[in-house]
Design a protein around this ligand. Structure first.
Ligand code: ADP
Ligand code: MG
Length: 286
C-alpha cells in the first residue's frame, strides 16, 4: 500500500507570553494517520474552535513545520522540501481551499486573474489561450464557466460562487490532495450542500483526496469516509465516519453529536438544507 500522506506522531507548539517566556501551548499533540494513495477519500478533521484544525492544515500544506514527528507526502518528509522547483512541485500536488473566499481574493483584482496566474505558475501556460482553456475546464468542473466570471470581481459574486471559484483554482494544477479548512462555514447555509456535494464529485470523478476540516458534525457525517475528532490538539476519536459518528464513545464526541446530529444521513442532509442543524452547530462551536 503506497501512502499519499502519512502523519507520524505530529506535534506542534506555539510560544506564548512573549519573547522571553518559556511557555508554550500545544496546538497539535501526537497526531498520526495516513491516507492511502490508491483509495481517494474525504478525511474529515472535526473539532471545536481552537482544537488545532488549522494548525494541522498548515503543516500538511508545508506552511508550518512540526516540533515533533513527521508529515510524509508521496514518500517525502514535507519539512525537507527545499528549493523553488521542489517547493512548487509539492504545492501543485497539495492545494488549499480556505474558509473565507472574500479574503482569498483581493477585491481590486478580477477573480479570473488568480486562475490565469495559477495556470501559468503550475501548468506552464504562457499564452492567454492556454490559460483560458485550463481555467475554463476547471470552472466547468465546479459548475461554472469562464464566460460567467470573466472580468468579474469578488464582490460581484456570492460567497457560494466565489468558493466554487476557489475550488476551481485549486483544481488547475491537478492536485492529488485538497486541504479544505472550514470551506463552507462562510457560505450561505442554503448553498452548503452543493459545495459539500462538489467535494464528493471531485473524489469520485477526479480521484482527488480531500482533507475536510470543519467544526460541523452534520456535513462531516454526510460526506466523509473517515473522521478524526480533535479536542485541545489531541485526537479523541477516529475511524470510519459512520461508525464514529453513529456510535461515539468519547464524551466530547457524544456531546458534539447530541448537539447537532440527527440519526440518519437523509435527515442530516435535509436538516443541513433547511438550516436547522448548522445554526445549532455554529452556536455550539462558538
Ligand atoms: P482551530 O483551527 O481548530 O480553531 P488552531 O489550529 O487555529 O485551531 O489553533 C489551535 C491553538 O493554537 C489555539 O489555542 C490557538 O490560539 C493556537 N495558535 C494557532 N496559531 C498560533 C500562532 N501562530 N501563535 C500562537 N498560537 C497559535
Ligand atoms: Mg481554524
Amino acid at each position: 500500500m503506497t501512502m499519499l500522506l502519512e502523519l507520524d506522531h505530529v506535534t506542534k507548539r506555539y510560544p506564548v507570553g512573549g519573547l522571553f517566556s518559556r511557555q508554550s501551548i500545544t496546538a497539535v499533540s501526537d497526531v498520526s494517520f495516513a491516507l492511502d494513495a490508491g483509495r481517494p477519500e474525504i478525511f474529515a478533521i472535526v473539532g471545536e474552535s481552537g482544537s488545532g484544525k488549522s494548525t494541522m492544515a498548515k503543516m500538511v500544506l508545508g506552511n508550518e513545520v512540526p516540533d515533533g514527528g513527521r508529515l510524509v507526502f508521496d514518500g517525502v518528509d514535507i519539512a525537507t522540501i527545499r528549493g523553488r522547483d521542489a517547493r512548487e512541485a509539492f504545492m501543485a500536488k497539495v492545494q488549499p481551499v480556505f474558509q473565507n473566499p472574500f479574503e482569498a481574493f483581493n477585491p481590486l483584482t478580477p477573480v479570473d486573474a488568480y486562475l490565469f496566474a495559477t495556470a501559468h505558475r503550475f501548468c506552464g501556460a504562457n499564452d492567454q489561450a492556454s490559460k483560458e482553456g485550463l481555467t475554463d475546464r476547471a470552472l466547468q468542473r465546479v459548475g461554472l464557466s469562464l464566460a460567467e466570471i470573466k472580468g468579474r470581481f469578488s464582490h460581484e459574486l456570492s460567497g457560494g460562487q466565489l468558493q466554487r471559484v476557489a475550488v476551481a483554482r485549486a483544481l488547475i494544477p491537478a492536485p492529488k490532495l485538497i486541504v479544505a479548512d472550514e470551506p463552507v462555514s462562510m457560505v450561505d447555509a442554503s448553498l452548503r450542500m452543493s459545495i459539500v456535494n462538489l467535494f464528493r464529485a471531485l473524489r469520485d470523478e477526479l480521484k482527488v483526496s480531500i482533507i475536510y476540516i470543519t467544526h460541523d458534525l452534520a456535513t462531516a457525517y454526510y460526506i466523509s469516509d473517515r473522521v478524526i475528532i480533535m479536542r485541545s490538539g489531541e485526537v479523541v476519536e477516529s475511524g470510519d465516519a459512520r461508525a464514529v459518528l453513529d456510535n461515539p464513545r468519547n464524551a466530547y464526541s457524544i456531546a458534539l453529536k447530541n448537539a447537532v446530529l440527527p440519526p440518519d444521513p437523509k435527515a442530516a442532509a435535509a436538516a443541513i438544507r433547511d438550516r436547522r442543524i448548522l445554526n445549532r452547530a455554529d452556536a455550539g462551536a462558538a
